[in-house]
Design a protein around this ligand. Structure first.
Ligand SMILES: Nc1ncnc2c1ncn2[C@@H]1O[C@H](COP(=O)(O)OP(=O)(O)O)[C@@H](O)[C@H]1O
Ligand SMILES: O=C(CO)[C@@H](O)[C@@H](O)COP(=O)(O)O
Length: 561
């Protein structure tokens, strides 16, 4: 009898489920559910409670809706019986965290906290904990904390501890009421199994946990704030479960929620980028995978722990057991294009797109593909949402240089694409310069699926061939693979993710090969990008932060009026 697993990928804007054949990796059915509340960055659901600048929240009920809608949908669409589903895996954006009660109830679902911003889910791109991150890095530096080097020298405001500290600083009543502050990947998994376990991937990359050393010391947390001395015991957890492990089984409640059978194996939660590595067949070092969506994550295996300035983290067994897993990233990739199409494109372009039966991205891409490399005279810094790697500074902002009265929207759209490619090249070069080989480049994610011009530009800028995942839902396929490992061989699955990858991973036949002529011109443009990167990003000119400071003060003056 054919056996199946289900993978659920929770991205920034939607949750996606795939039903996969265990013996082949064939995706039998797919379902997508956009989050009802989307990304809340202006108001809470009450429409009245205004959020401050750099906030990004989500609603946990949206995550449950994904379970309730997409899993029954893939079963119904395929006609597969729940009896033949042997396992489920979940991956999530990270660090996406929420305060909960001991029984798993999110604080934002409690009447007393429904109008309180700090009771909701802080999405990975929530950047309002930058002050806490800056202070944490200063204190860690002063104390000579060893862990800093594992995170490229700085802890990002996007990660767990700055977000927990922001809650304590700004909402001690929420901090007090929370029995745990947990990654959404682990919370959603617990909604299926009825028990809370924490996975080693988010703990390692986002919460400063180390396989041998555990979390930082009580003395360190006390140095941040005396009230944080016991934060690990009080709000996090010392019990960390390795990825590839079983988090439990579908409970009666999980069965009611999803239509799956009680007892179906459930994999411990994972991160949407890291889970994609085995899904493209990467099980050894030297092969960099770009997961390209709202943001881009760069995941790479290595033989040993190296220190790479500005990387997001290196975790032993964090991606594939037996290897060091490296992560770097760019906080704003797809978001650049979403911002541009929503704010900077005239109605005539939308009219033309409608007439041609294409979406605005496709129209702009079609026009941009007719431009020669360098023709626009534009150069951008891809920091519309800060810089995650290699500068780890959410307070940096975007830059567009070279615009004239004849500059067209498609020229800016292309310049933004090229800027994200230069940002990726900076990361690749940082790995190589610090002893972590990058010999091959792979890509997956929504953008790798949707924008051929962008992938060609990346090949030209990196001057490397780019292999593409064959799955349109690569993270979900990876989670389905971990679901098969959670079930184990005796139930028709696999005993290791490496074994599963040999059978269930997929790549497209066609690749993107660099065009030498373009690569040569991009060398010149990249040299100019590096000058801007260093000048605006490394303190030679702090105008971006000065402008942000003036902006924040003007908002405060406006609120005082
Ligand atoms: N044709 C396109 N070219 C470039 N970016 C696109 C295109 N279509 C959508 N996007 C961007 O891709 C992002 C969504 O990526 P996706 O991988 O689907 O979601 P997620 O980030 O939630 O995993 C959005 O930011 C959107 O602006
Ligand atoms: O930070 C990570 C992974 O470490 C991502 O979850 C985060 O950048 C969001 O990813 P998406 O672009 O929404 O897929």
């Amino acid at each position: 009898m054919t056996k199946y697993t289900i993978g659920l990928d929770y991205g920034s804007q939607s949750g996606r489920a795939v039903l996969v054949e265990v013996h082949s990796g064939k995706e039998v059915a797919t379902a997508v559910k956009a989050y009802t509340h989307g990304v809340m960055d202006e108001f809470l659901p009450d429409g009245k409670t205004k959020l401050e600048h750099d906030w990004a929240l989500q609603h946990p009920n949206d995550y449950l809706e994904v379970l309730q809608i997409t899993i029954p949908q893939v079963l119904e669409e395929s006609g597969v019986s729940a009896d033949d589903v042997i396992g489920v895996g979940i991956d999530f954006t990270a660090c996406t965290v929420l305060p909960i009660k001991e029984d798993g109830t999110p604080l934002c679902l409690m009447d007393e906290f429904v109008h309180h911003p700090h009771s909701y889910v802080k999405l990975w791109k929530h950047h309002a904990a930058q002050d806490e991150a800056n202070r944490l890095n200063e204190i860690a530096e002063e104390r000579g904390e060893e862990f800093l080097k594992r995170y490229g020298g700085k802890i990002s405001s996007e990660w767990m501890i700055p977000k927990v500290w922001q809650i304590l600083n700004e909402a001690p009543e929420i901090y007090q009421a929370a029995d745990q502050i947990i990654e959404a990947a682990d919370w959603v998994t617990s909604q299926l199994t009825g028990k809370i376990v924490r996975n080693s991937c988010t703990a390692g990359y986002k919460a400063i946990w180390h396989k041998k050393e555990g979390y930082p010391s009580k003395e360190f947390f006390k140095a941040l704030d005396p009230r944080l001395e016991n934060v690990v015991e009080e709000k996090l957890s010392k019990e960390i479960i390795s990825i590839g492990s079983n988090a439990g089984e579908i409970s009666e409640n999980g069965a009611k929620l999803t239509g799956l059978k009680p007892g179906t194996a459930v994999a411990v939660g994972n991160v949407d980028a890291h889970v994609s590595i085995p899904a493209v067949g990467i099980t050894e070092p030297g092969k960099l995978l770009m997961i390209m969506g709202t943001s881009t994550c760069h995941i790479l295996l290595g033989e040993e722990e190296k220190i790479v300035p500005g990387m997001c983290g290196v975790v032993e067994d964090g991606v594939i057991p037996g290897y060091m897993g490296y992560e770097a990233g760019q906080s704003c990739v797809g978001d650049h294009f979403e911002w541009f199409t929503e704010n900077c494109v005239s109605a005539s372009y939308y009219e033309e797109a409608r007439e041609k039966g294409m979406n605005i991205h496709a129209l702009l891409t079609e026009k941009a593909s007719k431009l020669q490399v360098g023709e626009s005279g534009l150069l951008a810094l891809d920091w519309w949402n800060g810089n995650r790697s290699t500068l780890v500074d959410a307070d940096l902002t975007g830059l567009l240089l070279g615009a004239t009265l004849s500059t067209k929207p498609e020229e800016i759209y292309r310049a933004l694409i090229e800027a994200t490619a230069y940002g990726t090249r900076t990361i690749v070069e940082a790995f190589r310069e610090n002893g972590v080989p990058v010999n091959e480049v792979y890509a997956c994610g929504g953008i790798a699926e949707k924008n051929a011009l962008m992938m060609q530009i990346y090949a030209d800028v990196l001057n490397m061939e780019i292999k593409i995942s064959a799955s349109s839902q690569t993270p979900a396929l990876g989670s389905a693979m971990f679901g098969a490992v959670a079930a184990g061989k005796e139930r028709g699955g696999y005993d290791s993710i490496t074994e599963a990858a040999k059978v269930m991973s997929w790549l497209k036949d066609e690749t993107y090969v660099p065009t030498l002529k373009n690569a040569k011109i991009y060398e010149q443009l990249y040299t100019e990008y590096e000058k801007l990167y260093n000048y605006f990003g490394r303190g030679q000119n702090n105008v971006m932060k000065t402008l942000k400071h003036i902006k924040k003060n003007s908002q405060n003056r406006e609120e005082d009026l």
